[in-house]
Design a protein around this ligand. Structure first.
Ligand code: SF4
Length: 491
């Protein structure tokens, strides 16, 4: 006689019930504290969190579509207890309220998965993918363009100064600026003022007058603008004006086939059995420099680190090997020549790897049998400030050697550079990768992280962020990662 309740209409094993059950167990004190209380009406954050997480699980990412689903879809209606927050409320909750707590919520969901025995933090597989930002592809700022423009401005100032000197040498005596490179708006203004003062009442050409007028009108403002843009760039090469945290990167998804750079974020994931254990977002287009901040995020989320880490050759730098050693994580990380070495040994007799090394005398012997003695060390700093040391060895006399044309092209005696620390790390990585466990990890890597990216991008259609700025994009990332884990757990 009575109409059916929503609860009756929903399957006992439906994912919406899992989302509701799991979120009911999560401690949301941190989130609840962000509400001011005092009797104002509001929707309960636990209900809103359930709605948002379930929306991401159902491939619904727009707050307007969530609002519509709360009126039309029985699963959403059941989850919200028939309450109907509008898209503004949902958006405010997602963008503002979740900011401080979403990481903790994600970590709690992973802890539940660990407690239920579905996943462990011991062995992780790390890889990265780029996801397009919600930003205009054509409103960009390039670091290089700023540098070029500043250099041009410096040249123009120098030219004007030289012209002024030719017309009013006496007035500008001992006043030449130490540099014409536009360091600050104030400095540019001072230089132009000095030129103005010197040329006052002097007959000058129309062209010089125009150039001086243009410099007076524009240069100082442009420098101020560039300073602000360089602050936003913070060492990056580019950013989009509509999401200043997004950096232009070459994407795999290139439908126009023109190699167009798009504003994006580099998403790094650590997975295990296709569950996401850790996520982090980076402005770097390559993966090499992302490992350190990614592991910091891992430690922050789980208060521990994995025992082993498997990753592709994009991560196989000396810096990353040293980091893993320092954090006592066993590396199963390829280096760039690992695959090549497996198929064919390097048989080039001139290659430094194949030269005989005399440990007692610390010298190499070249193919002609000449000792190559150590002539010093070379130190290089990487983009992140890590210092690499290369030992340099030089042959005694290459002049007249019959093997010279095959050996090297230099005008002088041949020099080889050997990075012993990298050599040691690579040897360890090689041993690990060739061990039984290493082969297992290498096989597992191919079907651990990649399918997760495929699920997020292809199955869930999440190819572009909905929100703008890094903090908001990080919220979305946590939600999509949580949704993926839920989906995997109920599958
Ligand atoms: S060119 Fe110099 S380094 Fe090369 S084999 Fe001859 S002597 Fe040795």
């Amino acid at each position: 006689m009575l109409p059916p309740s929503l609860d009756e209409l929903i399957d006992a094993n439906h994912p919406v019930r899992t989302v509701s059950r799991v979120i009911d167990q999560i401690n949301l004190d941190g989130l609840i504290k962000t509400y001011k209380g005092g009797g104002t009406t509001s929707f309960h954050p636990r209900m809103l969190l359930k709605v948002v997480v379930y929306a991401y699980l159902s491939n619904v990412y727009s707050s307007r579509r969530m609002e519509a689903a709360l009126k039309e879809n029985i699963h959403f209606m059941w989850l919200s207890g028939m309450q109907q927050p509008d898209h503004n409320t949902i958006n405010r909750f997602r963008s503002d309220r979740l900011k401080e707590v979403v990481k903790k919520i994600f970590a709690e969901v992973v802890t539940m998965l660990i407690d239920s025995g579905q996943v462990s933090l011991k062995d992780v597989y790390t890889d990265g993918t780029k996801i397009e930002a919600n930003a205009n592809r054509y409103t960009f700022v390039w670091g290089k363009a700023i540098k070029t423009s500043k250099a041009r401005m410096g040249e123009a100032l120098k030219e004007l100064w030289q012209y002024a000197e030719s017309v009013a040498a006496e007035e500008l005596k001992d006043q030449t600026p130490t540099t014409f490179a536009p360091v600050s708006a104030e400095q540019v203004k001072q230089t132009i003022d000095k030129i103005d003062e010197a040329l006052k009442d002097k007959p000058i050409t129309r062209k010089a007058k125009q150039k001086l007028g243009y410099a007076r009108k524009n240069f100082a403002d442009r420098i101020t603008r560039y300073e602000a843009q360089e602050k936003i760039l913070a060492g990056r090469n580019s950013y989009s004006k509509t999401d200043t945290d997004a950096t232009f990167m070459r994407m795999k998804e290139d439908h126009m086939r023109n190699g167009q750079l798009k504003p994006a974020y580099n998403l790094q994931l650590s997975t295990s059995d296709q569950y996401i254990l850790c996520y982090s977002l980076h402005p770097n287009p390559t993966d090499t420099l992302t490992l350190a901040p990614h592991l910091d995020q891992f430690e922050q989320l789980h208060h521990t680190l994995p025992k082993t880490l498997t990753a592709d050759a994009g991560y196989g730098s000396e810096e990353n090997y040293a980091l893993l050693e320092q954090k006592e994580i066993e590396p199963y990380v390829k280096y760039n020549t690992f695959d090549k070495e497996q198929h064919k040994a390097n048989e080039n007799p001139f290659h430094p790897e194949n030269l005989f090394y005399n440990d007692a005398q610390d010298c190499y012997y070249c193919p002609m049998g000449q000792p190559m003695r150590r002539i010093g060390d070379k130190h290089i700093k990487t983009a992140s400030g890590y210092e690499q040391t290369y030992a340099r060895y030089q042959a005694q006399r290459c002049e007249g050697c019959p093997l010279r044309s095959s050996c090297h092209q230099s005008k002088y005696n041949r020099i080889i550079e050997v990075n012993y620390n990298l050599k040691r790390h690579r040897q360890k990585a090689r041993q690990n990768l060739q061990s039984e466990q290493g082969i297992r990890h290498r096989k597992q890597r191919c079907h651990d992280t990649e399918p997760v990216f495929a699920n997020i991008k292809h199955n869930k259609g999440f190819k572009r962020f909905m929100l703008r700025s890094l903090p908001k994009v990080a919220i979305e990332t946590a939600l999509i990662c949580m949704a993926h884990n839920f989906q995997k757990a109920v599958a």
